[in-house]
Design a protein around this ligand. Structure first.
Ligand code: COA
Length: 628
């Protein structure tokens, strides 16, 4: 592994530097390593759709939300905007110029506006949880053994990334950009007023273990690539477990607070050199491992409880302080065998994290298959913090805030076992679109109104690509929902409406993964106007824009082979979060809502979704010719 000792801060000015650094690393390699990242840099640039492409699509996506006269008004605004010599033409020209001068015209804007400038806490508002297959730990030593295996598997994965041993992800035949993988380990978000930054420390050799709010540094690599043996790691984890019986000050809860609060607390915290040194150890580490205490007792299923543990940790009486939420990856190991992770979303999408998860699960189950040079002797170093009165007050505020957030998250995560994607494929339909349309139907049958619906589509066919929005609520999805709920409609009518809704969704998905959705282009037009002090087009004030962008159903497919699933909170106070993992014969769902909203309930959505999926299967089966 050939890495230069770099400590890189990514902000809006130097995101280009990052890709330069990657190129440089590749160029430094004598054995042709890091080819996958070099190849990623050869991918095409994200296209800028034409105004006509976006506007034609946009008008269709807003139609379900508008009355006839509102639709007429929106059409008029869009005509004005896109007419020859109009504001749209001017902004489009500026956007195309920007795209000509960058590898990816959206990358820096997206990172800043969606993540680093966003001031709400990363907990609930941004960071997902990922629940691994459950384990059973009878004794503490079982948990420590599992943790040691997990650590070694993660170190192996880190080495695979940097030694060019990852298979290149593909969409069909197209290779995908692999750069997000490089940001999984060694990355940390740093709180700053107005806009946070990201720091990358890919040469790091240590990890952090946290238990009862006590943080320990543990070396897991040396310069020659040696790692501790499994036995050595278990011994050191035992030392940590015995040393951390008493709880320390809940300093980690500060990272769960609003970013402006946290940035002020951070300034105060690092004034003290001991604190600063401890914080740096955490920030520079490869990843963090949290050994949790039991979660506060609730009446939830194990999957829902695990979702809460990995999204927010259970509040100040639970494990919310036993974290450092700015760290990209924190593995979490509960006493009862609930295992998983939480990740800070800004450097990576869920799919690379899911691919890593499958590797870890395989590796843990075959721990003997490791090819690490397991000869490193290691010993934990406890990190110390001095807490003054000002920090104490910040902690109190952060405790109160996380308690409010945690108690307001309603989860109903479940495994749908009636069928999986193989059944849908057997009907010659896209499984992803089938599930999306089931969510549309579920929302409609509960609320009797169209639900604006966000699905992430990966745009990693393009250099540094992240996502585009698939607007899953369509004229066809609403027509389908109404048809299903109409007892006068025949099976044939229902099947026709179902296939039309699914095909319309699939068409949008294909356009979105190719960079031709509407949301990123509209965002680009808006931001280029702001950057150039050009008056904001009226369409951004229009009801159509507001209603169709108020995503009451926030969804993404995050696929793992193992029995895991990702989960996160809704995007709107009256909305749902619904992340899913379609597997051959079942589908895992992480469903969320906010407890304080009278119109929504995770349980109700789960029930409606299960009913919708089964209803859809039943009409398809009913429409099949009977076998003789
Ligand atoms: N008949 C039979 N089979 C079909 C079919 C049809 N009409 N349509 C699709 N299939 C098959 C596909 O060939 C594929 O087969 P495979 O499992 O052998 O590969 C399978 O069904 C799945 O395809 P589909 O369900 O259509 O969707 P997808 O897997 O292509 O996923 C997206 C679609 C949009 C989810 C995906 O492109 C994507 O962007 N994923 C990333 C999402 C993301 O960013 N998540 C993280 C956010 S944090």
């Amino acid at each position: 592994m050939i890495l230069s000792k770099q400590h890189l801060i990514l902000n809006s000015k130097n995101s280009q530097l990052l890709s330069f650094l990657y190129k440089r690393r590749s160029a430094m390699s004598t054995s042709g390593v890091n080819k996958i990242f070099e190849n990623s840099l050869k991918l095409p640039s994200l296209p800028v759709p034409t105004l006509t492409q976006t506007i034609d699509k946009y008008i269709k996506t807003v139609t379900p939300f508008l009355t006839e006269s509102e639709l007429k008004n929106t059409s008029r605004l869009l005509n004005e905007f896109s007419s020859a010599g109009g504001l749209g033409e001017k902004l489009q020209k500026l956007l195309v110029e920007r795209a000509q001068n960058r590898e990816n015209w959206l990358e820096e804007w997206w990172l800043n506006t969606s993540y680093l400038e966003y001031r709400d806490p990363v907990v609930i508002f941004s960071s997902p949880g990922l629940v691994f297959p459950f384990e059973e730990f009878k004794y503490e030593i079982d948990r420590l053994k599992y943790t040691a295996k997990l650590i070694l598997a993660a170190v192996q994965y880190y080495l695979n990334i940097w030694n060019d041993k990852l298979p290149v992800d593909k969409m069909g035949k197209d290779p995908l950009d692999m750069n997000q993988y490089k940001k999984i380990f060694g990355t940390c978000r740093i709180p700053k007023p107005h806009r946070d930054t990201l720091e990358f420390n890919p040469n790091s050799k240590h990890i952090i273990i946290v238990k009862n709010n006590n943080y320990y540094r543990l070396d897991v690599l040396n310069e020659t690539g040696d790692t501790p043996s499994l036995h050595e790691l278990i011994n050191q984890l035992t030392v940590i477990a015995e040393d951390s019986v008493d709880s320390s000050s809940p300093i980690g809860v500060l990272t769960a607070d609003n970013r402006d609060n946290w940035s002020r607390a951070y300034e105060e915290l690092i004034k003290d050199p001991t604190n600063e040194a401890s914080v740096r150890e955490i920030q520079n580490s490869l990843f963090l491992v949290a050994l949790d205490k039991p979660m506060p007792v609730e009446n939830d299923s194990r999957r829902s409880m695990a979702s809460k543990q990995f999204i927010h940790g259970g509040g100040s009486k639970g494990n919310s302080a036993n974290r450092w939420f700015d760290k990209t990856v924190q593995f979490i190991i509960g006493e009862d065998g609930t295992v998983g992770l939480t990740y800070e979303h800004s450097p990576s999408e869920g799919q690379p994290i899911a691919a890593m998860t499958d590797f870890l699960i395989d590796h843990i189950r075959n721990a003997n298959a490791s090819n690490l040079q397991a000869t490193l002797k290691t010993a934990p170093k406890k990190l110390h913090f001095n807490i003054n009165d000002a920090i104490q007050r910040y902690i109190q505020t952060a405790n109160a805030n996380i308690d409010k957030l945690a108690s307001n998250l309603d989860m109903d995560s479940f495994q749908f076992t009636s069928f999986g994607k193989e059944f849908v494929k057997s009907q010659k339909l896209s499984p992803d679109s089938f599930i999306q349309i089931a969510m549309q139907y579920a929302f409609y049958r509960i609320h009797k109104t169209p639900g604006a619906h966000y699905e992430s589509a990966a745009t990693r066919k393009y250099i540094h690509g992240r996502t585009e929005t698939i607007r899953s609520c369509s004229i066809e999805s609403i027509a389908f929902s109404k048809t299903m709920l109409d007892s006068n409609k025949s099976v044939h009518d229902k099947i026709t409406a179902l296939r039309e809704a699914i095909q319309s969704h699939k068409k949008y998905s294909i356009e979105a993964v190719n960079g031709f959705g509407v949301d990123r282009h509209l965002l680009g037009l808006k931001l280029i106007a702001l950057e150039n002090n050009v008056q904001l087009p009226e369409l951004f004030e229009d009801k159509a824009y507001k209603l169709s962008g108020r995503m009451r159903i926030s969804t993404s497919q995050v696929a793992t082979k193992c029995d895991g699933f990702m989960c996160y909170a809704p995007l709107t106070p009256d909305g749902y979060g619904c992340c899913y993992n379609p597997r051959p014969c079942d589908i895992n769902f992480g469903v969320s809502a906010f407890a304080d909203h009278p119109d929504t309930s995770a349980k109700r959505f789960r029930e409606a979704l299960e009913d919708s999926l089964r209803d859809m299967r039943d009409v398809l089966v009913a429409g099949q010719p009977a076998k003789l």
